[in-house]
Design a protein around this ligand. Structure first.
Ligand SMILES: Cc1cc2nc3c(=O)[nH]c(=O)nc-3n(C[C@H](O)[C@H](O)[C@H](O)COP(=O)(O)OP(=O)(O)OC[C@H]3O[C@@H](n4cnc5c(N)ncnc54)[C@H](O)[C@@H]3O)c2cc1C
Length: 323
């Protein structure tokens, strides 16, 4: 086996978990080669601001660069080879190689899977006008629509839907939030806080249609009709569909890894049956000791913590089962 410092660590997914893992390895003294592979062309950026202050920003270079997780100078300084705009399309754990969308192949000694999650696709797809939010470009597109101050229907009353609603109201748009669940936030924050949040939205002027599903979205950008299952037809300029996310694992089909709502790992975040492959962040499903079940978290803090944890494990530090 190669000495620790000669091993090639390949990280697939150049966002929070991936960049924090690379930074963590260097901080802990790992001097071997690190390759960071990202499907997006963008330098790594932070996602929480996409549904918050960026929606109301002027999208200046200063704002965008201020939201980066790593600058080109830092990547240089840390000697991290970055391959952006090339998604991983296949993994062969036997030959220890990742195939990229440009047809090239990258060999690894240790692989970190940090491909996160994507917005659950909208089931309603008129020719235009239905937007979703996961990437910088998505946020920019929504922000441009909010600037028109026209009616926005938001499908999904979870965290992201309500944050977009708040930004849309602040921008001066009439807003309706639709969710088939009567108390959509209750499953996330409990019934008491959920009702406070609904109150807050109502007070700020949003209409809510909770407990009513969407059956169709028709028309086009600027002239949409959102059809509800009680027969109501809501006219809207823009619809934003925020109905959750799904872990990005399609590139692992055929790899032999166990995929079950994410990459299933052992308690040490190693992919089940593959000790040289770790999965971290939104894509990882691990046996949570406290909960007694497999668990996948979509939280900023968890992605950062898991990145630091695997950096420690890879550099030979002592680790306990990840909680
Ligand atoms: C709008 C929004 C607001 C949020 N707000 C909060 C908040 O307030 N608080 C909080 O705790 N969390 C929040 N989150 C969640 C938080 O951002 C995520 O938990 C965090 O980004 C997870 O990081 P990650 O690196 O695991 O995954 P991601 O951020 O999803 O990054 C995965 C990266 O991998 C890339 N990728 C995917 N497939 C491939 C492939 N095959 N090859 C190469 N690259 C690939 C993706 O393009 C992406 O860049 C928010 C998320 C969003 C979208």
């Amino acid at each position: 086996m190669a000495r620790t410092t000669d091993r090639h660590v390949v990280i697939v997914g150049a966002s929070l978990a991936g960049t924090r893992a690379a930074q963590g390895l260097r901080t802990l003294g790992y001097a071997g080669p690190i390759t960071l592979i990202g499907g997006e062309k963008e330098l790594p950026y932070d996602r929480p601001p996409l549904s918050k202050h960026l929606l109301a920003s002027d999208w200046s270079d200063e704002v965008i660069e201020g939201n980066r997780l790593m600058t080109p100078a830092e990547l240089d300084e840390l000697a991290i080879e970055v391959r952006l705009g090339t998604a991983a399309v296949a993994l062969n754990p036997v030959t220890k190689a990742v195939t990229l969308s440009d047809g090239s192949s990258v060999a690894y000694d240790v692989l970190i899977i940090a491909t996160g999650a994507a917005a659950r696709p909208s089931p309603w797809n008129p020719s235009s006008g239905v937007l979703q939010l996961r990437t910088l470009d998505d946020s920019r597109a929504i922000s441009a629509r909010l600037a028109l101050k026209e009616h926005v229907v938001i499908v999904g009353g979870g965290f992201i839907g309500t944050e977009i609603a708040a930004a849309a109201l602040k921008a001066g748009c009439p807003v309706t939030v639709v969710d088939p669940v009567a108390e959509p936030m209750a499953r996330l924050v409990g019934p008491e806080i959920a009702s406070i949040l609904v109150e807050l939205h109502l007070r700020n002027g949003a209409q809510t249609r909770f407990g009513v599903g969407v059956t169709d979205i028709q028309g086009e950008e600027g002239a949409l009709t959102v059809v509800l299952d009680d027969g109501t037809r809501l006219e809207a300029s823009t619809a934003v569909v925020g109905i959750g996310s799904i872990p990005s694992t399609s590139w692992l089909v055929g790899s032999g890894l166990t995929i079950n709502n994410g990459v299933l790992t052992d308690p040490f975040l190693r992919a089940v049956g593959a000790d040289d492959i770790y999965a971290i962040g939104d894509v990882a499903q691990w046996p949570h000791p406290g909960r007694g079940t497999d668990h996948r978290a979509e939280h900023w803090t968890n992605a950062s913590d898991q990145a630091r944890y695997v950096a420690t494990a890879i550099t030979g530090g002592e680790v306990q089962p990840y909680t």
